[in-house]
Design a protein around this ligand. Structure first.
Ligand code: NDP
Length: 337
């Protein structure tokens, strides 16, 4: 099997020169190992942070080593108790077409009942996995959003954002989403958003102010941040008293770490805004059963739908990853092998 290796640390936006597709050594399995053929790979914005040599919540990728990430694979050989050939598993041995998976890659069997009920395996990389879980935890637990609240969510046509829009609508919230371009904004509207801000067409603050005026709302109660920068500042400017900000991501600054100008940060004081950053894995295991039951129900009822942007083949993984920063995806960006 082959895996994408990080061969140099990117400065700014990564380029193909930072990556190389190399053969992995073949070896007999040791106890507690599986041999896997991957079917679906996830690419996620957080992986950009792992390409830096800086301390963060996820360990840095090492130079000349294979990269890792979420993947769905089929077991072809097993020396791990509880796993047999043919099992479909979720694990962290991504960026490769297959190979050896040990306990460090956290293999988990996909629930047979969910697959039998028609959920596709790759759903466990998005709405029933990292991105759906992040949306659900951030909106309902971190921001404690409740029916009647007015929610603003950035990158609303992305994987996390599109789940936030739909979960919020299912809970009777008023939702304003922002996305880049008319096509994405039309889709966010189709998902049920009450208003959409096209941040590429006009400054975020003017779009958000207009959307609130059109909806007859005084301001936002919750901001779900995927972007940072100008979006975050517009949220400060329009926050109602006691607004809650769930800081999920700041993709606007992942590549260049540019300074963020917050003209309206001071509103945190008079509006008594609560701002909380969160990491999915910190909270997921506490609420996993509740999440699966609730999200499973929302998917089954059609309240939460799924859209995928799919690249084909192991060669396309870096392109798919880089596409996240160019906004090439609607819904979840995936690679099918
Ligand atoms: P998305 O599917 O949302 O893909 C990224 C999207 O971000 C693009 O499609 C693009 O949409 C938008 N974007 C890219 N660059 C910019 C920019 N400079 N300004 C504004 N928008 C931009 O990715 P995910 O759903 O996987 O992730 C969304 C966010 O959630 C990320 O910030 C990620 O890091 C974070 N995250 C955090 C987790 C946590 O535990 N805290 C877990 C998982 C994700 P457009 O065309 O609209 O610009």
């Amino acid at each position: 099997s082959k895996a994408w290796h990080l061969i140099s640390r990117p400065q700014g936006l990564p380029t193909m020169d930072n990556f190389a597709l190399r053969e992995l050594p073949d070896a007999p399995l040791e106890p507690d190992q599986l041999r896997v053929r991957n079917r679906w790979l996830s690419v996620d914005p957080y992986m950009r942070g792992r390409m830096n040599d800086a301390k963060s919540y996820a360990a840095s990728f090492q130079i000349d080593q294979p990269m890792t990430g979420g993947a769905i694979g089929e077991v072809v050989e097993s020396r791990m108790e509880g796993f047999s050939p043919g099992d479909m598993i979720l694990h962290m041995g991504g960026w490769r077409d297959g190979g050896v998976v040990g306990l460090d890659m956290m293999p988990n069997k996909l629930p047979a009942d969910a697959l039998a009920a028609g959920l596709t395996p790759q759903t466990f990389l998005h709405n029933m996995g990292l991105t759906g879980g992040t949306a659900w935890i951030g909106l309902l637990r971190v921001a404690a959003a409740k029916p009647g609240d007015t929610i603003f969510v950035s990158a609303a046509a992305g994987a996390v954002g599109s789940a936030v829009v739909q979960i919020a609508k299912a809970r009777e919230m008023t939702v304003i989403g922002s996305a880049g371009g008319a096509k994405k904004c039309a889709w966010v509207k189709d998902l049920g958003a009450d208003a959409v801000v096209d941040y590429k067409a006009a400054p975020v603050l003017s779009g958000l102010t207009q959307a609130l005026a059109d909806l007859g709302k005084p301001g936002i109660d919750v901001y779900f941040d995927n972007v940072g920068g100008e979006h975050l500042d517009a949220a400060f400017a329009t926050a109602n008293d006691f607004a809650r900000f769930a800081i999920c991501g700041m993709i606007d600054v992942y590549n260049d770490g540019k300074a963020q100008e917050m003209k309206y940060l001071i509103r945190t004081i008079p509006a008594r805004i609560r701002i909380e950053g969160f990491i999915y894995t910190d909270q997921f295991f506490d609420c996993m059963e509740e999440f699966y039951a609730d999200m499973g129900g929302l998917i089954a009822s059609g309240a939460v739908t799924m859209r995928e942007t799919v690249h084909e083949g192991i060669e396309s993984v870096p392109d798919a990853f880089l596409g996240l920063f160019a906004g090439e995806n609607m819904g979840k960006m995936l690679v099918r092998l």
